[in-house]
Design a protein around this ligand. Structure first.
Ligand SMILES: Cc1cc2nc3c(=O)[nH]c(=O)nc-3n(C[C@H](O)[C@H](O)[C@H](O)COP(=O)(O)O)c2cc1C
Length: 167
């Protein structure tokens, strides 16, 4: 099997079970992780994700009881709430604006992306939701592996009350 730093990072990751509750991450470190996460691909560049960094003891204490009381929620330096947004093709022009402005994409291509995106997602709630989960997962995976490469542990979690976290 070939190996290099990226492969080594991928292969050496595991889900952390215990966290040092005294460890912290700075705002810049958290911002860097999210910036890396949002370099992941999304369908039509929809960027249909949001990352909420829960980091104060008070906020984590609110989250823990609605996340199966898992100690990692409060022990980890930061607990991200990962949000996938329903794929919405009407956001394509807004999402591509910066790419057009930077001269990377010619403006005439914008409708050429929006039209097929509408064909794919408009009136298709199941597909919109699938895309939300897919996008959030790609972004999260990038954060998990970037964290690993920086020597930081992580644990993906489904053990929470989605309704309560949503509220
Ligand atoms: C979608 C998903 C949800 C998970 N939820 C939890 C969780 O709520 N609590 C937890 O301790 N581990 C959770 N895990 C971690 C898995 O138990 C762990 O990834 C799996 O046992 C494989 O071990 P590894 O990640 O060390 O290779 C979750 C993993 C995934 C991918």
């Amino acid at each position: 099997m070939p190996t290099n730093a990226v492969i080594e990072t991928i292969l050496s990751r595991s889900a952390a079970k215990y966290y040092d509750p005294t460890a912290t991450l700075s705002d810049d470190q958290i911002r860097d992780l999210v910036r890396i996460g949002t370099s992941a691909p999304t369908s039509f560049h929809l960027q249909n994700w949001r990352f909420i960094a829960v980091r104060t003891p008070e906020a984590k204490a609110r989250l823990r009881p609605i996340a199966w009381n898992q100690p990692a929620i409060t022990d980890a330096a930061v607990t991200f709430i990962i949000i996938g947004q329903l794929a919405d093709a009407s956001t394509v022009p807004e999402r591509l604006a910066a790419v057009v402005e930077a001269g990377i994409m010619p403006a005439h291509l914008v409708p050429e992306w929006e039209i097929p995106a509408r064909g794919l997602y408009d009136g298709q709630p199941q597909r919109q939701r699938d895309e939300a989960v897919r996008s959030a997962t790609f972004g999260t995976a990038a954060i998990i592996y970037a964290a690993r490469s920086l020597g930081l542990g992580s644990t993906p979690m489904i053990g929470f009350d989605a309704e309560a976290v949503h509220r």
